[in-house]
Design a protein around this ligand. Structure first.
Ligand code: 13P
Length: 269
């Protein structure tokens, strides 16, 4: 099915060109919550809630130690399992790290890369994000690359510069063919875990910037098909409004993904 984009006022919108509708992705990032036992209990309650839901792709990213249990418990369902991070190296002597091959071996299909908590608290740089993105793509994982500005940057009017830099450096020296599976998540850091959500307009404006950077790196067609998720205090009561935005192709949900009922309500926005 094709549809014609409504003409918009933003210069980066591509007036009158045809493109495929983008299937939305609703992803849960559990961060450092839940044991394997709690993971299985969550899926026991969550899977029946979303059974037969095909409108959106559903992904859950539990901590590493829960991945095996999560894959087993969700087998044959419409829920994919992702990791929250990955090392850029293949198996080698690196204490505490996990490789893409290891993630694949337990049945993981997705991986979050460059989350702001890793950038802020674990010194992850744009260059590391780029290395991890390359490794994940090379292995055949679906990377969800996170970008987003901190409050001081937004207040200083630097949001666009920050997003452009993060995208440009994350996408560096990757071909469009290699990047095909990539998803990007725009997560304004000031909206994460704070209960403050970006307005749909703020999120849309940021997504337009990310899409324009993707067009520069990979071409317009790639950018037209790129899914850009919004993350930052997405809850059952604001999901519908956010998902109604043409530029928003899904959500990356933290806190509200920990409860089966609340995450199912977001999936069914
Ligand atoms: P919250 O939904 O808890 O704000 O977290 C967002 C996030 O960081 C998802 O990756």
């Amino acid at each position: 099915m094709y549809f014609r984009q409504a003409p918009g006022s933003h210069p980066a919108q591509y007036l009158g060109r045809l493109r495929m509708p983008r299937k939305k992705v609703i992803a849960g990032n559990w961060k450092m919550y839940k044991t394997p036992e709690q993971t299985v209990a969550f899926l026991h309650d969550f899977l029946p809630e979303v059974k037969g839901h095909t409108r959106d792709e559903i992904v859950i990213a539990p901590p590493y130690i829960d991945l095996y249990a999560a894959v087993q418990a969700s087998e044959g369902s419409n829920v994919a399992i992702g990791a929250q991070d990955v090392c850029w190296r293949e198996e080698c002597a690196l204490t505490g790290e996990i490789s893409s091959g290891m993630l694949l071996s337990v049945g993981c299909t997705h991986v979050i890369i460059g989350h702001s908590e890793r950038r802020q608290f674990f010194a992850e740089t744009d260059d590391i994000v780029n290395l991890k993105l390359k490794a994940a793509l090379e292995a055949g994982l679906v990377p969800i690359v996170c970008v987003g500005e901190v409050l001081e940057e937004r207040e200083a009017g630097l949001t666009e510069d920050v997003l452009r830099r993060q995208c440009m450096r994350a996408f560096s020296t990757i071909s469009a063919a290699k990047a095909a599976k990539m998803i990007v998540a725009y997560e304004p850091v000031w909206a994460i875990g704070t209960g403050k959500t970006a307005t749909p307009q703020m999120a849309s404006d940021a997504h337009v910037i990310v899409r324009a950077e993707a067009a520069k790196a990979f071409g317009q067609e790639f950018a037209d098909n790129l899914r850009i998720l919004y993350g930052g205090s997405v809850k059952p009561d604001n999901a519908k409004t956010l998902m109604a935005e043409q530029e928003i192709d899904g959500a990356l949900v933290g806190g509200a993904s920990l409860d089966p009922k609340s995450f199912a309500a977001i999936v069914k926005y």
